[in-house]
Ligand binder design. Structure first.
Ligand code: MN
Ligand code: MN
Length: 460
């Protein structure tokens, strides 16, 4: 008897995290995941992501000059979609900002070299990777080369042609001294992240004939020469398709889920809302993984330029003062992933404030590291507002910090939005093995994130 009473009291007073699987319909969750997996397998660079969403938006009537739905791309690597609300832009916007760049290995500008009759590509990694994870896995090369005439050449060498590139690791028989006793960060060095790329020499006599043969193949296929590679952005990304993980097919293993899971869900949610109350914006940023700097990162003025332009196209005139006012009246979700508890490494999490796979979208009040350095710290009022929206819609959500206080940390685009005076909070699904070549998400979290973003656009 006493137990029942306590149970009732606990239910009334306590906070409890729930599994998303308890409350959603399986069919919807699984079919939504299929579309997401297709997207992940196809789109592996920021340029490809912009291209994908521009096409998708165009199919729904979005263009640069539409009177109510605008799509503006920034240098092919950053995209802003705007949907006119019932209220004027000057009353503030609701924005969901995610990023479409992912950790990867970029080819250097003079990449090709030959060593012991093998040709390689030098690389320079991008973002926070654990370098050893990128050795001996199938990689493909995607990107753009601008030739001497300024023509953009699209490069895609890999899975679709049954071809891969590999960073060759050392066999265990010989790694005793060279690797086995080293720190994980030093087992594979930055310079050793070279891609094995060719081994047939060009006929004749002379040096570096394998390299020459490789350059000849590139020239035949793409019409480019070695100097053209200096003006290129070529990315080595995992040559692996998105797959169901687990016998119950409840999870997804795929490259690029940080943060294209938020890009995909926010765009899908955005496309679903025909007539939002406030002007709705989806912002897909580049360069988040290297600090949001650069002309295509969240720290650029592209958002402001896009808003001026949208207002003008919608028939509104904004001056500088009204722009600042509208920004401070606006609400934002920094749509980014959190690190879900990996039960194999319990020691780095504090479970009461950690996020878990399958427990729904994670609402993160602050990011940063140590004493909340480099963080946006959302107002309690804004947390309450978001909490209510999610509860009212019956969305499974959880709160979560990234690991124990002194364990590490990380940042998102949140602080760059907060700079405009907006209410902003981080909200996105939790991943296991974040930043690895094969990140793990939960299908129910994917779906709840999509539902949460939709509610935010409607009621945020
Ligand atoms: Mn991220
Ligand atoms: Mn990241």
């Amino acid at each position: 008897m006493e137990d029942k009473k306590l149970e009732k009291l606990r239910k009334k007073l306590g906070y409890e995290r729930k599994s998303g699987w308890e409350s959603v319909k399986g069919d919807e969750v699984f079919s939504f995941a299929e579309a997401y997996k297709e997207f992940l397998s196809e789109v592996k660079t920021e340029r490809e992501a912009v291209h994908y969403f521009v096409q998708r938006a165009a199919g729904l009537g979005f263009s640069e000059n539409s009177s109510d739905r605008i799509s503006i791309a920034n240098r092919g690597k950053n995209l802003m979609l705007v949907r006119k609300g019932r209220k004027p832009v000057a009353d503030g916007i609701r924005i969901i900002a995610s990023h479409i760049d992912c950790p990867r290995i970029d080819l250097k500008q003079v990449p090709v070299y030959e060593d012991n009759d093998l040709a390689f590509f030098h690389t320079h990694y991008y973002g926070g990777i654990k370098k050893y994870q990128w050795a001996n896995i199938p990689l493909e090369i995607r990107g753009t080369v601008i030739d001497k005439d300024g023509k953009a050449v699209s490069v895609r060498l890999g899975q679709n042609e049954g071809m891969v590139f590999v960073v060759p690791d050392l066999c265990p028989h010989l790694s005793h001294k060279a690797q086995d006793d080293k720190k994980a960060t030093e087992v594979i060095t930055g310079e050793n992240l070279s891609l094995l790329a060719a081994s047939i020499p060009e006929e004749g006599k002379g040096k570096d004939r394998v390299k020459l043969h490789l350059l000849k193949l590139l020239n035949e296929k793409y019409g480019i020469v070695e100097e053209d590679l200096i003006s290129s952005e070529l990315e080595a990304v995992p040559a692996m398709s998105a797959m169901d993980l687990g016998i119950d097919r409840s999870m997804i293993a795929a490259y690029g889920q940080d943060d294209r899971i938020c890009a995909f869900t926010s765009c899908e949610a955005f496309f679903d809302v025909e007539e939002p109350e406030y002007t709705a914006v989806v912002f897909l940023a580049d360069k988040e993984e290297i600090g949001s700097e650069g002309s295509t990162g969240m720290n650029s003025l592209f958002l402001i330029r896009g808003l001026y332009r949208a207002a003008r196209t919608f028939g509104e005139k904004l001056d500088e003062g009204s722009m600042l006012d509208l920004l401070s009246k606006s609400g934002a979700l920094s749509a980014d992933v959190n690190g879900a508890v990996n039960p194999l490494y319990k020691s780095v999490y504090e479970n009461d404030n950690a996020s878990f796979l399958s427990s729904g979208i994670v609402v993160t009040k602050f990011t940063g590291h140590g004493g909340k350095y480099m963080a946006n710290d959302a107002d309690a009022e804004w947390v309450a507002h978001i909490r209510n929206i999610l509860n009212e819609a019956g969305i499974t959500w959880q709160t979560g910090e990234l690991g124990k206080v002194d364990e590490g940390g990380g940042g998102t685009v949140a602080k760059f939005l907060a700079r405009y005076g907006m209410n902003v909070i981080d909200a996105g699904p939790a991943l296991i093995s974040m930043h690895s070549p094969y990140e793990i998400s939960s299908k129910v979290d994917l779906f709840e994130t999509y539902r949460a973003y939709k509610q935010f656009i409607l009621k945020g």
